[in-house]
Ligand binder design. Structure first.
Ligand code: PEP
Length: 248
């Protein structure tokens, strides 16, 4: 049976001093055995530092984005193989902030997922609708379109991905999808995966969007919610520890 996965997304936050304090506090606050898997998706420049801080902890290292290219003349990009060199196990692809501010298309996200898988990194493929799309009744169409692009390119190994349903209107806003709203979309995504692979039940589908210490247990209790992608609350050690405890 797959373990619940709680992944923290630090976004554009951190410093050498703050990262050290956060990871050390997290490590000392965790119980000796943690029932769920925990990953920290950190800014690329801090991968080496956080890799060292996590050594021997059982927590996994993650990145927030990667190039769709293998290598070459792509100034400023970081490849999947480079991430692998630093022990990265997970990489977010298609986070709504990348789609929104960097114009990432469904096709590009699918290629990034493909490159990650080729390098032994598990892509956490983010999908989610905007408020306008939800209000227009387009949630199902949008999330299925986003996932379909990834299935199309990665069909043969689609059961190796992680999916994160992140309604854009819930990210960083303090507005969380209700447990029923989350479960409804997760069930749609699971059905879409089932149509693509007999191994759909192996795919972890995380919920993300203002998950916090108070709402985590109810969200994580939903049958198709297999974990959380946690932004703001992953920077507050007591809150992140409570979410991890709720996942146990
Ligand atoms: C995120 O950035 O993926 C996220 C879910 O952020 P927050 O938890 O702050 O809404």
């Amino acid at each position: 049976m797959k373990k619940t996965l709680i992944a923290g997304n630090w976004k554009l936050n951190g410093s050498l001093a703050a990262n050290e304090a956060l990871v050390l506090a997290l490590r000392s606050g965790l119980p000796p055995t943690v029932a769920c898997q925990v990953a920290l998706c950190v800014p690329s420049v801090y991968l080496a530092q956080v890799q060292g801080l996590l050594a021997g902890s059982g927590l996994d290292l993650g990145a927030q984005d990667m190039s769709a290219h293998e290598g070459g003349a792509y100034t400023g990009e970081v490849s999947a193989a480079m991430l692998r060199d630093f022990g990265v196990r997970y990489c977010l692809v298609g986070h709504s902030e990348r789609r929104q501010y960097h114009g990432e298309s469904d096709a590009l996200v699918a290629l990034k997922a493909q490159r990650a898988l080729a390098c032994g990194i598990t892509p956490i493929v983010c999908v989610g609708e905007t408020l306008a799309e939800r209000e227009a009744g387009a949630t199902e169409t949008v999330v299925k379109r986003q996932l379909a692009a990834v299935i199309h390119v990665n069909g043969h190994c689609i059961s190796e991905i992680v999916v994160a349903y992140e309604p854009v209107w819930a990210i960083g806003t303090g507005k969380t999808a209700s447990a029923d709203q989350a479960q409804e979309v997760h069930a749609l995504l699971r059905a879409q995966l089932r149509a693509a692979t007999s191994q759909a039940d192996r795919v972890a589908i995380l919920y993300g969007g203002s998950m916090n210490a108070a709402n985590a247990a109810e969200l994580l209790a939903q049958p198709d919610v297999d974990g959380g992608l946690v932004g703001g609350a992953s920077l507050k050690v007591p809150d992140f520890l409570s979410i991890i405890a709720a996942a146990g």
